[in-house]
Design a protein around this ligand. Structure first.
Ligand SMILES: Cc1ncc(COP(=O)(O)O)c(C=O)c1O
Length: 412
């Protein structure tokens, strides 16, 4: 059976005819949901279904399994019988461990300001549900992982984007342009630093200026800091600059984080929020109606990741830094590639001659040479002309990928 094209004039006239006759309209999701963009990364992956031996660098995850000590902690909790619902905001040992961890990185953070979520994407949804509704205005800095831009739209909010600029030194923020967009009627600013896809890292001074501006106008900040530990600063810092270093715990800041990246726990769906205490009762209600809680045995594994995982995270970051440098050096030798080395996250987002239609190019790359990259346009129109390569894998695979790209470029 052919799918009904819900946006076509024919279907709309069918809607009209049905309404005029008093019959119910055809079954369909709300307009706001139908208008959401679907994932262009998935579209590329679908183009590769029939291709044997694809090298996938398109998703934001490592090719390595979660460390054994974390898996063992989950298995032990399961065998102890931790199979029941937990408190909405998370089990006390995990909230306490998070309070200690965040406090150690960013200054005193009471447990009452911390809530456990079902990973970062659920934390983003909860944060948006807390502060925006229909007709509210949000602003997001792009290029950006699409979920941040699409989630407020599900709630009926509008999202205006402010683009980073690409220049000799990579991606940079035009602060004046951002501040001008943050008008007094803006409800929410969405920021992701270190950034997916560009690797851009907001400086402490930029954060201070934006925070002061948002304080003046009563604008909420949702800071997505899921890549904070994947930071390659020159001074060996443990974390990228965070809004938590500057703001009190009781102002309009909701900080979103995740176990996915720093402990390689993407499939576990575990994250957290740091937010003002005044939000916590309402956040508990939203957790109840979204997921009720994160699984108990997964939360127990989270405690162990926080308490015993520091050495692992540090060695992961050292490996990622080496992979980043390895891939950037190899790509720089190819004709038509303009690659800059960013200080955060786990992607190279590089300009590629001929990628003006990056979705089509990425489909061709997967079909013709089995190379799986994410199209820049998946991250907003400002990303067009670029492609994203996740380098969280061993250098041998990166080399094989570069060889395929080189082969493709030579054949054009
Ligand atoms: C910027 C950003 N925020 C949040 C997430 C959410 O990750 P998770 O839901 O696995 O915690 C991702 C995942 O790739 C991301 O890139």
């Amino acid at each position: 059976m052919r799918d009904l094209d819900l946006s076509s004039p024919a279907t709309r006239s069918l809607d009209f005819t049905l309404a005029a006759s008093g019959a119910a309209a055809p079954a369909a999701a709300r307009d706001a949901v139908r208008a959401l963009r679907s994932s262009q990364i998935r579209e590329v992956a679908n183009a590769g279904f029939d291709v044997a031996d694809v090298l996938p660098f398109w998703f934001g995850e490592s090719d390595r399994v979660t460390p054994a000590f974390i898996r063992e902690a989950a298995a032990e909790a399961l065998m102890r019988g931790e199979t029941f619902y937990t408190q909405n905001l998370g089990i006390t040992p995990l909230r306490e461990a998070l309070a200690r961890y965040v406090g150690d990185l960013h200054g005193a953070t009471p447990m009452e300001n911390v809530a456990v979520t079902s990973a970062g994407v659920n934390a983003l949804m909860l944060a948006a549900q807390l502060v925006v509704g229909a007709g509210d205005r949000a602003v997001a800095v792009t290029p950006l992982w699409p979920n941040l831009v699409e989630i407020p739209k599900i709630l009926g909010a509008t999202v205006e984007t402010v683009s980073l600029d690409y220049g000799e030194r990579g991606w940079a923020l035009d602060l004046d342009r951002l501040l001008n967009a943050l008008t007094p009627d803006t409800k929410l600013l969405l920021l992701n630093s270190p950034n997916n896809p560009t690797g851009w890292v907001m400086t402490r001074d930029e954060q201070r200026t934006v925070l002061e501006h948002c304080r003046r106008h009563g604008i909420w900040i949702v800071a997505d800091e899921v890549y904070e530990r994947l930071y390659y600063g020159d001074a060996g810092e443990r974390t990228a600059p965070s809004f938590l270093d500057l703001a009190s715990r009781e102002e309009r800041l909701i900080c979103v984080n995740s176990f996915s990246k720093a402990w390689l726990m993407t499939g576990w769906r575990l994250g957290w929020i740091v937010a003002p205490r005044v939000l916590m009762d309402d956040l508990g209600k939203l957790v109840e109606y979204n997921t009720s809680c994160a699984p108990a045995f997964v939360q127990q594994a989270g405690v162990v990741a926080l308490e015993k995982g520091e050495a692992f995270t540090r060695s992961l970051v050292a490996d990622l830094r080496a992979s980043r440098d390895h891939l950037a050096a190899a790509l720089a030798t190819l004709p038509g590639v303009d690659v800059k080395v960013p200080h955060g996250a786990m992607y190279l987002f590089f300009k590629l001659a001929g990628a003006e239609q990056s979705l089509e190019l990425c489909k061709a790359l997967v079909r013709d040479v089995g190379l799986g990259l994410a199209p820049g346009s998946a991250f907003g129109p400002q990303g067009e002309g670029f492609v994203r390569w996740c380098y969280a894998c061993d250098p041998g695979r990166l080399d094989a990928g570069v060889e395929r790209l080189s082969r493709y470029l030579a054949s054009r």
